[in-house]
Design a protein around this ligand. Structure first.
Ligand SMILES: Nc1ncnc2c1ncn2[C@@H]1O[C@H](COP(=O)(O)OP(=O)(O)OP(=O)(O)O)[C@@H](O)[C@H]1O
Ligand SMILES: [Mg+2]
Length: 351
């Protein structure tokens, strides 16, 4: 409210200054000789007016300037009448042209402003859409696991002789998955806000083993088996553990969903290695591999060849890996299908 009042009072001050300038020009134009074309200074008033005041005020000022220029011509007592007439004509045309061009410019500026606002709005919507889809994508796995464990727990309880210890184990799994879902939400939020990952020193093989165990029910459901080929004596990793698990989980899911070559049991493999001062994780499958088109668009947001796919899994993987100081790429798969590899920094002395 206070700023609206300030804008109104600034507007009034500018308008008053313009009116004073117009009056001063009129007086100077009238008292000077016809040969002195003081009225041309009205164009400067018009330029200022188009910059600071509204369209109607500009039109009113332009009209006033033209009328006063003509009046001044009539009232000017001295000089060559012909020169006065020419100067007056030039001034009137100049005032009209300046006002017209100034208003046109103002309109164009308004359009640019509006277009910019529209673009910002669209960009915000796109970000919001991506954020929503990313959250849905990342929490759908823990949610599915929660539903599975809840179903199992219920079955253990409704038996003629309820197996409470089994039901309790299912409840524990539900709690773990719910915690994981909320951790994932936190990570997606961080990613969307461009915040640094919550890095810590951790055992990469333990994190990978954990996520393989969590993915095993999904693997079983899709008729796949996950082999782990984890190098011994790896140095500790320095990254966001939950995010690294999200990447492995997304890559495993893609492997399970990859078009199969034959009907036999699908095979997936997760490998960990130390290469120089980096750690590498590879997720391979024995599917059909990547088509040329897929290879080109893998990391494009919303690019998918699956009926129910978001096309976000790999986009999220790349965002996570890069936020953690790594890179993600594809290699020839030891199992014949696709193989995604990413690297991570090892924990140094200062971490
Ligand atoms: N292991 C793979 N084998 C073959 N094609 C793959 C593999 N991984 C990814 N692709 C191709 O890359 C596309 C993009 O994968 P991405 O994980 O980003 O999205 P999506 O799996 O389609 O959907 P979602 O967002 O649910 O993960 C897939 O639709 C698929 O065509
Ligand atoms: Mg995917």
């Amino acid at each position: 409210m206070a700023s609206a009042a300030r804008i109104r009072s600034n507007y009034a001050v500018v308008l008053a200054a313009l009116v004073v300038a117009v009056a001063a020009i009129f007086i100077a134009d009238t008292v000077t000789d016809y040969a002195v074309a003081v009225a041309i200074f009205h164009t400067a008033v018009m330029l200022v007016a188009t910059r600071f005041v509204g369209v109607r005020a500009v039109a009113a000022l332009a009209t006033a300037c033209v009328v006063l220029t003509c009046l001044s011509f009539v009232l000017t007592p001295a000089g060559d009448y012909k020169i006065g007439l020419i100067n007056t004509g030039i001034s009137v045309v100049a005032i009209g042209v300046t006002a017209y061009l100034g208003l046109k410019l103002k309109g164009a500026e308004a359009q640019v402003h509006e277009a910019r606002e529209r673009i910002t709005r669209i960009a915000r919507l796109t970000t919001l859409g991506q954020l929503t889809a990313s959250i849905a994508h990342e929490v759908s796995q823990p949610l599915a696991a929660i539903a599975t464990s809840a179903g199992a727990g219920r079955r253990w309880l409704v038996q003629p002789e309820p197996r409470t210890e089994k039901a309790l184990a299912a409840v524990d799994r539900i709690i773990r998955e719910a915690d994981r879902a909320s951790e994932i939400l936190d990570r997606v939020r961080r990613l969307a806000r461009n915040e640094a990952p919550a890095s810590s020193v951790f055992d990469l093989n333990a994190a990978v083993t954990e996520i393989i165990a969590l993915s095993s029910s999904a693997a079983g459901a899709s008729g796949a088996m996950i082999d782990a080929d984890l190098a011994e004596g790896l140095p500790s990793a320095f990254a966001d553990r939950v995010q690294v698990q999200q990447v492995v989980s997304n890559l495993l899911l893609n492997g399970m969903e990859a078009p199969a070559v034959s009907k036999r049991l699908r095979r997936l493999a997760v490998m960990t290695r130390a290469v120089g001062d980096r750690l590498r994780v590879a997720v391979a499958d024995d599917g059909e591999g990547l088509s040329a088109e897929a290879a080109e668009h893998l990391y494009d947001a919303f690019w998918t060849t699956k009926a129910g796919g978001f096309g976000l899994g790999l986009t999220i993987c790349r965002a996570i890996v890069e936020a953690n100081g790594g890179r993600i790429w594809t290699e020839a798969s030891p199992l014949g299908g696709a193989c995604f590899v990413f690297d991570l920094p090892v924990a140094g002395d200062d971490t």
